[in-house]
Write a protein that binds this ligand. Sequence first.
Ligand SMILES: Nc1ncnc2c1ncn2[C@@H]1O[C@H](COP(=O)(O)OP(=O)(O)OP(=O)(O)O)[C@@H](O)[C@H]1O
Length: 569
Amino acid sequence: MLLMILAGLTEGSGILLLVPLLQSLQSAAVTHNVSGQMLQRMAELGVPTSTSFLMGIVLLLIILRATLLYARERLSTIMQHQLVDKMRLRSFALLLHAEWRWLTQQNQSDQANSLLVDINRIGVGFNFLLGLLASLMTLLAYLIAAVSLSWQVTLLAFISGGLILLVLSGQRKQALSLGQQLGQANRSMQATVQQSLAGIKLAKILGQESSFIERFDHTIATLREQQLAFQKDTSLSKVLFQIFGATLLIGYLLAGLNLWHIEVAQLLTLVIVFGRMIPLFMSAQQQLHHCLHALPALEDAQRLQDAYRVNAEPTKLDSHQPIVIGKQIQLKNVSFQYPGKNSPSLAQVSLTLKVHTTTAVIGHSGAGKSTLADLLMGLLAADSGEILLDDILLTGPLRRQWRQSVAYVPQEVFLFNDSIRNNLLWGNPKASEADLLKALTLAAAEFVFDLPNQLDTMVGDGGVRLSGGERQRIVLARALLKQPTLLILDEATSALDVENEQRIRQAIENLHGNMTVLVIGHRLPTLEHADQVIKLEQGSVVAQGTWQQLKQQHGGDDASKKAITRLNF
Ligand SMILES: Nc1ncnc2c1ncn2[C@@H]1O[C@H](COP(=O)(O)OP(=O)(O)OP(=O)(O)O)[C@@H](O)[C@H]1O
């Protein structure tokens, strides 16, 4: 603001100095005497009035103004980037701290759009706002200069400027509404890009590339139309301004000359002042349009941030200490229902995981196995019932704290586009080289040592440069490296061959007595070696016990055993 005010002052005083300068030039050329009101007043005050002195001052003011403008523009850009980065970081942090239950119901593409596009638009809008303030400040300086030259002409200009603003008010509303439509078009663009990228393999296999391209074309066409509509509006107001401006300028001059008989030097300076004011007024109007166009992006980003805040997961500052349990993890009559579903995904579930034992959870697809895992690791909060870690109720900020003691290997593994080493260290940043080797061996992932770059091998985007089974073993090694209190394996060996699965099962058995393990899986070997097997059906526990006990409950003959294995498990 200070730089803007100073730049405005230099501009205003620079332009006012033109009057004595012109008067001095005129005097030197025509009368060789000091003539002109302003020049005479300056001479009376003892200020030098020579042309070269006045020219020197004008030049100095121009240099000062150019320097101030440079500093202001640089500062504006720095502020714009700081604002964008701060908003992005805050939004991202709020997103990461939102409740998982709520996050599962949201569109990822909307979140990506807000982080990438909307916040960028806000930054651009902010820069236009700063530009608008600077323009208004310079306009104010010109206005003061103009008033001191002729208040009548200035009043005329002021009234006509107000009328122009009134005429263009419809276009400001249009800018706001086009900004809202652009937000929608951007969100749909983001969704199309994300879905298309995720489905490229399938599109190629099904020969559906052209339908993907058509969808993409349709989305970019909508986006293009929005941007062209805004550009059309902006250019139209520019043209209208130029036409109105030139007409008015001629009108002011004629009025100044014929009605109010203004001195030539003053009139010429007025021409310069208004000649500069009109384009500046025009750019202020356009800057305002750009601000209004970006305003919906700010509203959308704030709405999303508010939603993140409302749905924030409870946290505590000192929640970094891992929780150690001595006896058991217990679920008592736990129920959970996803928003928008008409039946619970888990209903009145009670079970106990004794510490350092292995529990296998089985059941049909959709029976509630992953939901159970999410509740056990504190990712979801139960609607009713209790989850107890020994005697401590797993609730509030404790849920987040507990997750530090849990490792989870999901069905769809996640790897960063980074080296194997860095992917592993994500599990435990303090792990030594020996720890890494031990974890990889335990997870049957010694294939890493045969790779040309070994631990420094880059895995590619999402781990594409590794096979499905290799990815699973790396992710398992990463989980083991964390040395968790509770290890949850959700179909974690589904992509492995028999030999590697056997080795991992062996590794898990070796952990027996060291950590509590929950395995979600259908495969018989896992079930046979588990301390207890829990069978879920439509969100309820329908059988519980050792594998042998479950088999006996279903009849001991070979045929029914096969049926259990094939149909139910
Ligand atoms: N994010 C979600 N939003 C709404 N409903 C969900 C969500 N996730 C799961 N569900 C529903 O909850 C129920 C249990 O799902 P869950 O993923 O726990 O089953 P699962 O036994 O792990 O299935 P699978 O073996 O196929 O992975 C299903 O009816 C499912 O449709």
